[in-house]
Each structure stands twice: as C-alpha cells, then as structure tokens.
Design a protein around this ligand. Structure first.
Ligand SMILES: Nc1ncnc2c1ncn2[C@@H]1O[C@H](COP(=O)(O)OP(=O)(O)OP(=O)(O)O)[C@@H](O)[C@H]1O
Ligand SMILES: [Mg+2]
Length: 221
C-alpha cells in the first residue's frame, strides 16, 4: 500500500487544521506502523480523518495507491478505523454490534467476529448490552470493529485510551499482528513509550503541520 500526501492543507471555519502536510509511505507489502504524536490540537485526529476520507483537502492531495481521495475515490478501498468515540448500538451485545456492522457488507464470517473479540480480550459469549460496557470495554470493541474486515489500512486514534495494562498489551499485540500481516497502520498515541515501541516511523505534528519525521526502524525488521 502506498500513501502520498502532497501539500495537504485543510481549513475548517477559517482555521487551518492541517497545514501543507507532505508525507509519503510505501509499506511494500511488508507492513508499516506510522506513529503520530503531538500536543492536544496539533492535528493528529485531523490527519487520521483525512486518511479515512472523512475530510478532503482545501488544497493539495492525499492519494491511496495512486487514487486521490475526494476525486478518484471517496474513501480508501480497504480501511478500518477507530476515531474518537466509536458509535455502537446501546441495546445490543458487543458481538451483535459487530454482526450488524459486518452484515452491512456481508463479508465477515462469524469466526472472524469471535477472533476479533478475543484478540482484544472481550468474551464473545458476554450477554451484556453495550450500554453496560465499561469505558475500556467500549474501547476494546472499537478496536475489534476496526480490524474486523481485515482492512489493508488501519487507522487508530488513541487506541490505548481507557485501557488497563492487559488491554494495552493486547491492543499492542493486535497492532503488531496487523503489521506482520502486511498492513499499514496509523497510530495516534499520547504514550511515547508505546508509540516508539510500536512504530516504524514517528511523525510529530505541530499546529497542523509536520514538525518531524523519525525513522525508528526499517520495515520488516
Ligand atoms: N469541527 C472543527 N472545526 C474547526 N476546527 C476544528 C474542528 N475540530 C477540531 N478542530 C481544530 O483542529 C485542530 C486539530 O485538532 P485535532 O483534533 O486534529 O488535534 P489532535 O492532535 O488530535 O488533539 P488531541 O491530542 O487533543 O486529540 C485544533 O486546533 C482543533 O481546535
Ligand atoms: Mg485527537
């Protein structure tokens, strides 16, 4: 998978939320984890929203495998995302919520749902409705939903929020497993230890612009 971000600027209500971002990533089928860091309001979530096709450029382009979002395609062809608060239906179990999500596209088998739930430490047989989930359980379900359809591009905005120690370890394991499967993963995270431990490349955002790009390790290493 190849992502090319060229002179990407986004203005919202007169405010520049992304400022001339230029980034190029090629996972070459080996898997790549791109970490995003920066203070509150620096543009991490906006960049993830742009990668997802939730916002389009005011100027510049963002292309996925050569196809420009908002021009050639509306959103990436194979993407899973956890962005801020995931929306699930309160009255259904976690499993039923994932079934409903997957039935929209009809591509996922029941065993995938169980696998996704187990990978984030949720019990597929839990009878509790979503509204009775704790904050961390909701976050875990959000991660399960993001990986459910085996996307080539995985966008995770603060996936470790509200997770306990086991949850952080399980989520980190899920992210590494996605990398091993050859996926490209974008990970916005405030915890520098987790971010640097997982990422191949770390991007630092400042006032909507990229202030540094650090190569942590070579892809496939
Ligand atoms: N709907 C909106 N309209 C206009 N500006 C917005 C909107 N949502 C966010 N912003 C602004 O966009 C900028 C970038 O916000 P963003 O949410 O990407 O920051 P972030 O790096 O994810 O921060 P955090 O660490 O708090 O999650 C901020 O200045 C914010 O005020
Ligand atoms: Mg954010």
């Amino acid at each position: 998978m190849k992502i090319d971000i060229d002179h990407f600027t986004k203005k919202l209500h007169g405010r520049t939320v992304l400022d001339d971002v230029n980034l190029h990533f090629d996972s070459e089928g080996k898997g790549l984890i791109v970490g995003l860091q920066g203070i509150n309001g620096s543009g991490k979530t906006m960049l993830i929203r742009a990668l997802c096709g939730l916002i389009y450029a005011t100027q510049g382009t963002l292309s996925v495998d050569g196809q420009i979002l908002g021009k050639d395609i509306s959103f990436p062809p194979s993407v899973g995302a956890l962005i801020e608060n995931p929306a699930f239906l309160n009255e259904y179990t976690g499993r039923r919520n994932l079934e409903l999500l997957s039935s929209i596209r009809g591509t996922v088998m029941q065993s995938h749902i169980d696998e996704a739930l187990c990978s984030v430490g949720l019990d597929p047989d839990d009878r509790r409705a979503y509204r009775k989930y704790s904050l961390g359980m909701k976050q875990r379900l959000g991660i399960a939903a993001a990986i459910l359809e085996n996307p080539q591009l995985l966008l995770l905005d603060e996936p470790f929020n509200a997770l306990d120690q086991d949850g952080v370890e399980q989520a980190a394991h899920v992210i590494q497993a996605q990398r091993a499967l050859g996926k490209m993963v974008f990970l916005a995270c405030h915890d520098a230890k987790e971010l640097y431990g997982l990422s191949d490349i770390v991007i630092t955002m400042k006032s909507g612009a990229v202030s540094s790009v650090e190569n942590i390790r070579q892809a496939g290493e």
